[in-house]
Design a protein around this ligand. Structure first.
Ligand code: FES
Length: 146
């Protein structure tokens, strides 16, 4: 099975997640967040099931985790980080969209036939700009003061 190296397991924080962008089969870009579990790594497409334009991983914040769950920042529904399922709040009864990844020898690989790796970081980052120096990019979440 073809696979693409994404990052090392050590680069996926215990809290906050690790973000990358994949290309869907229709050519669109989609953010994916890797989340560390007690026994491995799981990958979810970075949007809430209640309102699909709501990201779960936000720049500068990451993914908010609580009691083994991913908290939606908009209405507070909590998705089980391991299964993606939500049984509470406005997203109750829904499940996050999983992306297949595999961990081997401390590295995380994308193994999902439906998407291809595009770049590390958010979808609006410049290709290849995955070195965390986002100070040269427009920051839609910045708060300007004069
Ligand atoms: S947008 Fe996520 S729970 Fe409403």
């Amino acid at each position: 099975m073809p696979r693409t190296h994404l990052t090392s397991v050590d680069d996926v924080p215990d809290r906050g997640g690790w973000l990358c962008t994949v290309e869907e089969s229709d050519g669109s870009l989609r953010e994916v967040v890797l989340v560390r579990l007690a026994d491995g790594i799981v990958a979810w497409k970075n949007f809430c099931q209640h309102e699909t334009d709501q990201k779960l991983y936000r720049e500068g914040v990451g993914t908010v985790m609580r009691d083994g769950g991913i908290v939606c920042p908009k209405h507070g529904s909590v998705f089980d980080a391991a299964t993606g399922h939500c049984d509470n709040g406005k997203a109750a009864g829904s499940t996050l969209v999983e992306v297949d990844v595999t961990v081997e020898l401390g590295a995380v690989y994308l193994t999902d036939d439906d998407v291809t790796f595009d770049h590390a970081g958010p979808a609006d980052a410049v290709d290849g700009d995955d070195d965390d120096d986002d100070d040269d990019l427009p920051d839609s979440t910045s708060h300007l003061s004069f």
